[in-house]
Design a protein around this ligand. Structure first.
Ligand SMILES: Cc1cc2nc3c(=O)[nH]c(=O)nc-3n(C[C@H](O)[C@H](O)[C@H](O)COP(=O)(O)OP(=O)(O)OC[C@H]3O[C@@H](n4cnc5c(N)ncnc54)[C@H](O)[C@@H]3O)c2cc1C
Length: 380
């Protein structure tokens, strides 16, 4: 079906993203996968190409265009290319809104130019060893010391954790306040007492640096409080819809791409004297997966368009996230099966798609939490 949500400008932007991936990313990707990290040079190249800070005002060096469809195009092209390591989407769509939406004028001048040029790579640190789905379990504390907060605690599973120059950290400013005692603090590279742990050894997304972060008596100046004191929970809830959409966009695109490459494979691979694609079971597998993708795509495109107009609510973003990521997981498994033993070999894209994609139903809120949100909206 012809997609109807993009204009010629969006498609021109798609060409820019493809050129960037072909020139600046794909030639280095295998090396980054081996290294467990991408290069800062690629971030700077993304900045030069205008791929960072799409929604940031031009006066701070951004694209000046809050239309989410540009983010969706970028996410689609990264997903189609299988690029899970260079977390430009996390920087733009997940951390970006905290800075553009909550930062004061002085903070914007300090942080946004580097954010848009690629000199300042960002991360968001909510999860802790004892608190993932349930953020009320956060134990990191930020004690008010007059002109600064004293930050103590540990975070884990933080994407861009090694490369990040600026980390938005959720911490307790009012310990007895529960969910309403959390604030967001910006911790910058080099702050005394801020240490990074291991670059974590994951089953997929090898070139994405995911790390533990430690804070020992870090003095965070009051000027680095982001948004309202004790208001983090509300800020997080506001921005999670976009995070979930960004993940869902990557998920449906990855699923579509898996069906494409698997269709090609089964047409070429022969068994019992004819191509696999002539066997009814294989044809039904491809037909079912293509149909599931087409139905999901229609819903996702509607969500993208609604979000671009500021009309998407948290419930529909949750539906999009759980449905598209579970579809991606299921499709990756079925496509790997259709590749036989070759599907288990890392040199085949389907193998990488299988391991890279597995996290999608977990981060950004698990499938179970998405269902909780939807269920609560329906049943109270
Ligand atoms: C590669 C990677 C990158 C990540 N990047 C970041 C990042 O950049 N920043 C960040 O802050 N975090 C990040 N995370 C953390 C991620 O968001 C959490 O792992 C996720 O939210 C789940 O939390 P948890 O791991 O503590 O699992 P838990 O919360 O312990 O959940 C375990 C299981 O219990 C289920 N469960 C929990 N509560 C309920 C419930 N109420 N009802 C039903 N089932 C429930 C879950 O769905 C899950 O299946 C990342 C994680 C990974 C692996």
């Amino acid at each position: 079906m012809e997609r109807q949500i993009y204009t010629a400008e969006h498609e021109a932007f798609r060409d820019t993203v493809r050129t960037f991936l072909a020139k600046e990313v794909l030639p280095h990707y295998e090396q980054w996968e081996r290294d467990g990290i991408t290069s800062r040079a690629a971030w700077l190249a993304a900045g030069r190409q205008g791929l960072l800070g799409l929604a940031v005002d031009e006066e701070y060096g951004g694209g000046g265009n809050p239309d989410f469809r540009y983010s969706a195009v970028l996410g689609e092209e990264f997903a189609r290319a299988g690029v899970s390591g260079l977390a430009v989407g996390l920087h733009n769509d997940i951390v970006g809104p905290y800075l553009t939406g909550l930062a004061t004028e002085e903070q914007k001048r300090r942080w946004l130019p580097g954010f848009c040029s690629g000199e300042t790579i960002t991360a968001i640190a909510m999860t802790e060893p004892g608190a993932g789905s349930d953020l009320q379990g956060i134990r990191t504390t930020a004690e008010d010391k007059g002109d600064h907060f004293l930050l103590n605690g540990a975070k884990t599973f933080i994407s861009n954790g090694i490369l990040a120059d600026l980390v938005v950290v959720a911490a307790k400013t009012t310990p007895e306040g529960g969910a309403h005692g959390l604030s967001l603090l910006v911790v910058e590279r080099g702050a005394e007492g801020f240490e990074r742990g291991r670059n974590l050894d994951k089953i997929g997304q090898k070139s994405q640096d995911t790390a533990e972060l430690f804070f020992h008596d870090v003095r965070v100046p009051k000027e680095n409080l982001l948004g309202e004191r004790d208001g983090a929970f509300l800020h997080l809830m506001t921005n999670l819809a976009q995070e979930r959409m960004a993940i869902a966009v990557a998920a449906i695109t990855a699923a579509e791409h898996l069906v494409e490459i698997t269709s090609t494979y089964v047409k070429e691979r022969e068994a019992f004297g004819r191509p696999l694609s002539r066997l009814q079971h294989i044809r039904f597998e491809i037909a079912e997966m293509a149909t599931e993708c087409a139905v999901t795509r229609a819903f996702l495109d509607r969500c993208i368009a609604d979000h671009a107009e500021g009309k998407l609510d948290a419930v529909h973003a949750s539906m999009a996230k759980w449905w598209a990521t579970e579809l991606q997981k299921r499709t990756a498994d079925r496509c790997l099966q259709l590749h036989g033993g070759y599907g288990y070999m890392n040199e085949y894209p389907v193998a990488k798609a299988f391991t890279d994609g597995r996290i999608q139903t977990i981060y950004g809120g698990t499938t179970e939490i998405m269902k909780e949100i939807i269920g609560r909206s329906l049943l109270g």
